[in-house]
Design a protein around this ligand. Structure first.
Ligand SMILES: C[S@@+](CC[C@H](N)C(=O)[O-])C[C@H]1O[C@@H](n2cnc3c(N)ncnc32)[C@H](O)[C@@H]1O
Length: 323
């Protein structure tokens, strides 16, 4: 797929998503729960003239970019500026057909790092914010400047897996904000650096602030809880024989997806020590990816952010396959 340079984000593993989700069937309804700048949308709408594309994004500004990009496809595209949890929970009332495909491409877009001005990147000096939607009550600024020290440490450890330095960074943050509020990304990076011995700052060649920035973004946008609830809602509205795919970018997300698909693939959910199955559990999916699919070396060298992407896809079994 040729990258259109007017857009920041290069969608990952497009060919794998295409071949595993098979959106090419007649009158396919494709729900893209994380539309972003519409990279997948543009590709699929152009390739499959019969597809109807429903795009969802919590961020109004990026949704508007996608709207302009997809304008020429007219009535084949419907867009919703909503959190995907809200969207899927209300889906039955939206007068939309059940989708044949549901795709989640988690996290944020390159657009957010490079153009949103909301402090997602530690390499650009911007006000600490990180909200995908300006109506959200709590921003990264609020967490850093008002949350108690132990709560900040928990966020850094739980969502950033900053196990070694999480508590020390939280302590340094609280010390620094007693002098004056921590307003910007660079001010926060300075505090994070001050909590780490120089020899530890660039271990494994990742920037010392990487984990903390990930943690704050996840906390501000409630990403993991949103994902857990949405998978169930989305699966409920998916058409029998439909496909659901998720691209995740870190182990916390991937673990949730893996567990969800594994549960749907289980025949029995009784405790292991029960001699006889009481639940009459039925497998609900076919796992189309036993292991996550990853980008190949060619894609990784053209688009380094695809290195961490993991794709998992299931097919929802039709009723007659279950009974
Ligand atoms: C990785 S980007 C998607 C990029 C897209 N596939 C493309 O080709 O341009 C993820 C997008 O999902 C949106 N997003 C993240 N969490 C969301 C949520 N809970 N509900 C709705 N949109 C969300 C972000 O605003 C971002 O635009």
């Amino acid at each position: 797929m040729e990258h259109d340079v007017r857009y920041s984000h290069k969608p990952v593993m497009v060919q794998s998503i295409d071949s595993l989700m098979e959106p090419g069937n007649e009158s396919c309804v494709f729900v893209d729960a994380t539309l972003g700048e519409g990279g997948y949308a543009h590709y699929f709408l152009e390739k499959y003239p019969q597809i109807t594309y429903i795009g969802v994004d919590a961020d109004f500004s990026i949704l508007e970019k996608a709207r302009q990009r997809l304008e020429s496809f007219g009535g084949r595209v419907r867009l919703y500026n909503q959190w995907f949890t809200d969207f899927f929970s209300r889906y039955p009332h939206l007068d939309l057909p059940s989708p044949d495909c549901v795709l989640f491409d988690l996290g944020i877009s390159r657009y957010h790092y490079e153009k949103s001005g909301r402090g997602f990147a530690f390499s650009v000096d911007e006000r600490l914010d990180m909200r995908l939607n300006p109506d959200q009550k709590i921003s990264a600024y609020d967490i850093i400047n008002t949350f108690p020290e132990d709560k900040i440490a928990d966020i850094l450890i739980q969502y950033g897996e900053e196990k070694r330095f999480g508590r020390r960074i939280a302590w340094k943050i609280v010390q620094a904000r007693e002098e004056k509020p921590i307003n910007s990304t660079f001010e926060l990076v300075k505090v994070i650096n001050s909590a780490m011995p120089p020899s530890d700052r660039y271990k494994k060649r990742i920037h010392p602030a990487t984990r903390c920035f990930q943690a704050l973004r996840i906390a501000v946008n409630n990403e993991l809880n949103n994902l857990e609830t949405s998978l169930e809602y989305a699966f409920a509205v998916l058409k029998p024989d439909g496909r659901m795919g998720v691209v995740s970018y870190h182990s916390l997300e991937d673990r949730i997806v893996k567990r969800f698909f594994r549960e749907k693939n289980k025949t029995c959910t009784c405790p292991e020590n029960w001699p006889i199955c009481q639940c009459k559990g039925q497998r609900e999916v076919n796992l189309l990816t036993r292991k996550p699919v990853m980008a190949d070396e060619g894609e990784i060298s053209a688009n380094p952010s695809s290195r961490s992407a993991r794709l998992r896809v299931v097919r929802k079994l039709a009723k007659e396959e279950i009974e």
